[in-house]
Design a protein around this ligand. Structure first.
Ligand code: FES
Ligand SMILES: [Fe+2]
Length: 349
């Protein structure tokens, strides 16, 4: 059901401290905490003794101590102390998850640790680049992660769902170009000679007509980087007011997801008033998405068997991404399947 051999955003760096914190990712309970050297540790949030959540305990030195009978686990997940006796049972250990901390996010690898590679975390540097100003949100979406992926790959919904903030009819009136490079799907839409979106027009001090653009890059299965903005008519995009929206999508379970959101801009960078206006406006956009996708999730759960989505040309990116997601799931399924038993050699007389 979930692609596990990947990095998922588990938390903001600021959320992980010496006090253990719990996260549920792909139905796996994980506890995060920091060592005395500020290293982030991710362990299974289930004590080996009797399954009490370690996140209910406390850190002692570099270990996390279970709040029930005091078993302590080091950063490698191995039990280092059993208060009631001197011997430590061999099986007293919990799973350790690979972790990468980068640009304000903590990523956790949920699959085979042998396959984890820190180079596979995509570029998110805009969140911490001083040339850019960033507004962040994190929202619990009561829907499966797939619906968020579809939402970000088909931005024609902005015309209807986000009319007062980033929407306009001209969005659905323009077609898309879809490209695939390995596990990355890009959906590009250029909207020449249009007005700036209402939410940004004032911050950008943008009056008149511009070329607006959206390019969603979906790093299947966990991150969407939306490169958008406005530029002068027929001018290169790099000259314009640029926005990078980073969307870390982390499945919690079959019907719930965490949405880690960062909106970085290269204009009005030092304008605190603009940052506050955007923070409020973007919260509205996310609330509109969350409400729509929760309703859609209910629609999906009550949809009769045999009834499927009707995809249109604007869903070109959706279709490509679904194919990649299905292939990733299938290859993990295959890798996890037990090898077929060898047939016994025929007995000859
Ligand atoms: S359940 Fe953790 S020490 Fe007993
Ligand atoms: Fe939206």
């Amino acid at each position: 059901m979930y692609v596990l051999n990947t990095w998922y955003v588990a938390a903001w760096s600021t959320e992980v401290t010496r006090k253990p914190v719990r996260r549920m990712i792909c139905e796996q309970a994980i506890v995060l905490f920091r060592t005395q050297d500020n290293e982030t540790v991710a362990l299974a949030d289930r004590c080996a003794h009797r399954a009490f959540p370690l996140s209910e305990g406390r850190t002692v030195g570099d270990s996390v101590e279970c709040g029930y009978h005091g078993f302590a686990y080091g950063p490698d997940g191995v039990c280092t102390r059993v208060p009631a006796q001197t011997t430590i049972p061999e099986r007293a250990r919990v799973r350790k998850y690979p972790v990468v901390e980068k640009d304000g996010w903590i990523w956790v690898w949920t699959g085979d640790p042998e396959l984890a590679s820190s180079t596979e975390v995509p570029d998110t540097h805009w969140m911490v680049d001083p040339e850019w100003a960033t507004v962040t949100h994190s929202v619990h979406f009561k829907c499966r992660a797939d619906l968020i992926h579809d939402n970000l790959l088909d931005l024609t919904h902005e015309s209807f769902l986000h009319k007062t903030t980033v929407g306009d009819d001209y969005i659905y009136e323009h077609g898309i170009t879809v490209e695939v490079d390995s596990n990355v799907v890009s959906v590009d839409r250029l909207m020449p000679s249009v007005a700036a979106p209402p939410l940004y027009a004032e911050t950008m001090n943008a009056r008149g007509l511009f070329d607006r653009f959206h390019c969603t890059e979906f790093f299947v299965p966990n991150l969407h980087v939306l490169h958008s903005g406005i530029t002068g008519e027929a001018r290169p995009r790099e000259e314009g007011y640029l926005i990078k929206v980073l969307n870390g999508i982390t499945p919690i379970d079959e019907h719930n997801s965490w949405y880690y959101y960062a909106f970085s801009r290269n204009f009005a960078v030092a304008d605190a008033g603009a940052t506050e206006d955007l923070r409020v406006g973007l919260a509205t956009v996310l609330e509109e998405d969350a409400a729509a996708l929760e309703a859609q999730e209910i629609g999906m759960q009550t949809r009769p068997r045999g009834e499927f989505d009707v995809l249109i040309a604007q869903d070109g990116g959706v279709a490509k991404a679904r194919r990649i997601m299905a292939a990733l799931l299938k290859s993990e399924e295959r890798a996890a399947a037990p090898a077929a038993p060898k047939l016994a050699a025929p007995v000859t007389a």
